[in-house]
Design a protein around this ligand. Structure first.
Ligand SMILES: C[S@@+](CC[C@H](N)C(=O)[O-])C[C@H]1O[C@@H](n2cnc3c(N)ncnc32)[C@H](O)[C@@H]1O
Length: 347
């Protein structure tokens, strides 16, 4: 991360140095069981094997061991962004850290860039994008559901400790909002994580500066095919590149060195393409798409005639009831954080 220009909890200082009141920390016991707490001057962590006063943790170096009254040990660490994202409250399904890494690198997100992201969902990807564009960049996140936008705002604020100055969240449909937030100069990058990214190709074509990158993250091959074919048909982009990443973790203990038995088998597919200069005619492709790959074909996807819904593509979204509960809990947490922020940081 480059030099931050603003003081306060955003920036490297917040994640360095001794543990402070207000920090979120993970306590891990010898069996690997983990608890996440927020340190407060007067706080107390209860376990069935004795408690720990937060005051005994505050001031220790990150990565210290603390003991309960019954001599039960806990390792204390500030969470990494990948830990935080996997454990934070969700409305919509999140982009996993392995894909966020690919998106930042292959989408060529750079410090100072102007990036559009839709939808913002639970805010997981937004945190990686913000970390990369930094306070000198601009992340414009667009989300059609107001309740998801609220959850994302609370998650992102809790991670950075304040509203990130490079971030703006707009509630609405990408196609409607984009023309109101992008200007003639165009944006550098557009990242789409939504059900039907092909519906927004015209808006993205208008908003992207020549040479800019569009990147889509989709869950199924039917979405992948439709997006790639429609990008090609638009004539405004370079030949799309599509891929997925598989990450296999390893068990390394003595002579037992092997892949773990379990892995995340599938998250999504990624597609990138670059905006051509207006008026540029891309070289004619010699290969033709298979019948059914295009929206205009009778046999086009989805073949069953189903509508493109989160359920149809197997996307896991929380029930309305759960989303309301998550939003309510986050509001209560934010109110508590605000009420105690002054005393914790000063204490
Ligand atoms: C899978 S979630 C995004 C998750 C997010 N990237 C994260 O890491 O937390 C997809 C989101 O796209 C939103 N969405 C779908 N179509 C949209 C559109 N046309 N404009 C804006 N948001 C849209 C949905 O409401 C949903 O919240």
């Amino acid at each position: 991360m480059t030099e931050q220009t603003i003081p306060g909890p955003i920036g490297p200082a917040a994640r360095r140095g001794p543990l402070r009141a207000g920090d979120r920390v993970q306590l891990t016991d010898a069996k690997g069981r983990m608890h996440t707490i927020q340190l407060r001057q007067d706080g107390h962590f209860h376990t069935h094997r004795g408690g720990i006063d937060h005051a005994d943790v505050i001031g220790l170096p990150d990565g210290s061991v603390v003991r309960t009254a019954e001599d039960h040990e806990y390792l204390v660490l500030r969470p990494l962004l990948s830990d935080y994202v996997m454990g934070m409250p969700r409305g919509a399904a999140i982009v996993y850290p392995k894909d966020a890494g690919q998106i930042v690198q292959m989408g060529d997100i750079f410090t100072g860039a102007v990036v559009v992201e839709a939808g913002v969902g639970s805010g997981a990807l937004a945190m990686s994008l913000l970390t990369t564009v930094g306070t000198g960049g601009r992340l414009i996140s667009i989300e059609r559901r107001a309740d998801f936008a609220e959850i994302a705002r609370a998650n992102v604020r809790a991670w950075f400790g304040a509203d990130h100055p490079a971030w703006e969240v707009h509630v609405g449909d990408l196609a409607d909002v984009l023309p109101t937030v992008a200007d003639e100069a165009g944006v550098d990058r557009v990242v789409l994580d939504m059900l039907a990214p092909w519906e927004n190709i015209d808006a993205v074509t208008w908003a992207l500066a020549p040479g800019g990158v569009v990147l889509a993250y989709v869950a199924t091959t039917t979405q992948l095919s439709r997006f790639v074919e429609d990008l090609r048909d638009s004539g405004s982009f370079t030949e799309p590149q599509a891929w997925e990443s598989l990450v296999r973790t390893w068990h390394v203990e003595g002579l037992a060195v092997r892949p773990d038995h379990r892995m995340v088998g599938h998250t999504g597919f990624l597609v990138t393409a670059r905006r051509l200069a207006p008026g540029t005619v891309p070289p004619q492709r010699t290969r033709r798409p298979a019948p059914g790959a295009r929206a205009s074909d009778e046999s086009a996807v989805p073949p069953s005639g189903e509508a493109w819904t989160p359920e149809a593509v197997g996307e896991r979204t929380s029930s309305e009831r759960k989303v309301r509960r998550v939003a309510r809990d986050l509001r209560a947490r934010a109110a508590y954080d605000d009420a105690t922020a002054g005393e914790d940081r000063n204490g």
